[in-house]
Write a protein that binds this ligand. Structure first.
Ligand code: NAD
Length: 324
């Protein structure tokens, strides 16, 4: 008997209970290793109607060419820089990101690293356990309250970060070329819109929340780092490529910057000999700012809902067309 159920391929980690729920309506091939196995992925996509990815699967025009029945892509996250959007548009493939579902996780990461970097006192556990007492060296940390945070990119995540930062008494300034100076989001979040260079000059903390596009590539390079106060700290949860990593490494080694926290990198994982190796006052995490138990569930649920709605609407449309 011919199986009329539509097929969904999941090529990266997705919450297991949500995958099970999808199986009620669809044939689901979920294999988290597919992102790193392009031949297997191509083979699975030959008869697939939907593909669900995170950020490691490279959805290229060539991959879409080998997936003639594909009509929907779900993205378990927000950035779409791993998906060839023009190629999707040309082929009528709809793309559904999990907008908003991991914003809280990213915003909490920014606040946590802000507090850690400003205070500079949380890296001494091994010394203290060994009986050392670096009290004088660790007595000059800064408080977040009263410090100024510059939020670069004032979209969904940037605004949430601004609200949390205001909650711990920070002043917040923001820069976003797409948002008018009198837009409601500035007063709603208690932030002040500013020109890019002015925001950098004013900041004790700079946090980046822009997409990776041509105009944001190396948005923070040597010239921008030179505008920052020497004690300022920089946090990047947006995308690698937005910061010039060599210039950042150099600024930290030379003590021209207070510290940095990076969750995203130009090359993930980092290659041997990266300019960030051995650099002081640096917190590095492997692209996990948006990943928590709660956000994984929210992201998977939202994307499953969007993909289900789209596939069921396709089915409805083809049944209606057949019966005409
Ligand atoms: P969003 O689209 O809501 O906001 C992005 C904002 O950046 C927009 O308001 C846009 O106008 C602004 N912008 C564009 N170009 C700019 C520029 N040159 N200078 C300043 N602002 C500019 O996106 P979002 O949901 O807030 O997410 C922001 C980014 O965070 C995503 O693109 C994604 O790459 C990244 N992200 C990372 C993680 C993680 O786990 N590390 C998780 C979620 C999102």
């Amino acid at each position: 008997m011919k199986n009329n159920r539509k097929k969904i391929v999941v090529s990266e980690f997705m919450d297991a209970s949500v995958v099970e729920a999808l199986r009620r309506h669809f044939d689901v091939h979920a294999q988290a290793s597919l992102a790193d196995a392009p031949d297997q992925l191509r083979a699975q996509l030959a008869d697939a109607h939907a593909l669900i990815v995170r950020n490691r699967t490279q959805v290229t025009a060539a991959l879409l060419d080998g997936a003639p029945a594909l009509s929907v892509i779900g993205r378990l996250g927000v950035g779409l820089d791993n998906i060839a959007l023009d190629a999707c548009r040309k082929r009528g493939v709809r793309v559904f990101p999990a907008t908003g579902a991991n914003a809280a996780a990213v915003a909490e990461y920014v606040i946590a690293t802000t507090l850690m970097l400003l205070r500079g006192a949380y890296g001494a556990s091994a010394d203290v356990a060994r009986g050392r007492w670096p009290r004088t060296a660790l007595s000059n940390g800064r408080e977040a309250a009263g410090s100024t945070m510059a939020v670069i990119g004032f979209g969904g995540i940037g605004r949430l970060v601004a609200q949390l930062a205001r909650g711990i008494g920070m002043r917040v300034v923001g820069y976003d070329p797409q948002i008018a100076a009198d837009a409601d989001c500035w007063h709603e979040t208690g932030a002040r819109g500013m020109a890019f260079d002015d925001a950098l000059r004013a900041a004790d903390v700079v946090t980046l929340h822009v997409p990776l596009v041509e105009s944001t590539h190396n948005l923070i390079g040597a010239a921008q780092l030179a505008l920052l106060k020497p004690h300022a700290v920089l946090i990047n949860t947006a995308r690698g490529g937005v910061i010039d990593e060599s210039a950042l490494g150099e600024a930290l080694v030379q003590g021209r910057l207070g510290g940095a926290a990076l969750d995203v990198f130009a090359d993930e994982p980092l290659k041997a000999g990266s300019p960030l190796e051995g650099v002081p006052n640096l917190i590095l995490t492997p692209h996990i700012a948006g990943l928590t138990m709660q956000s994984n569930e929210r992201v998977s649920t939202l994307v499953a809902e969007r993909v289900t709605e789209a596939l069921l609407a396709d089915e409805h449309e083809s049944t209606t067309t057949r019966s005409l």
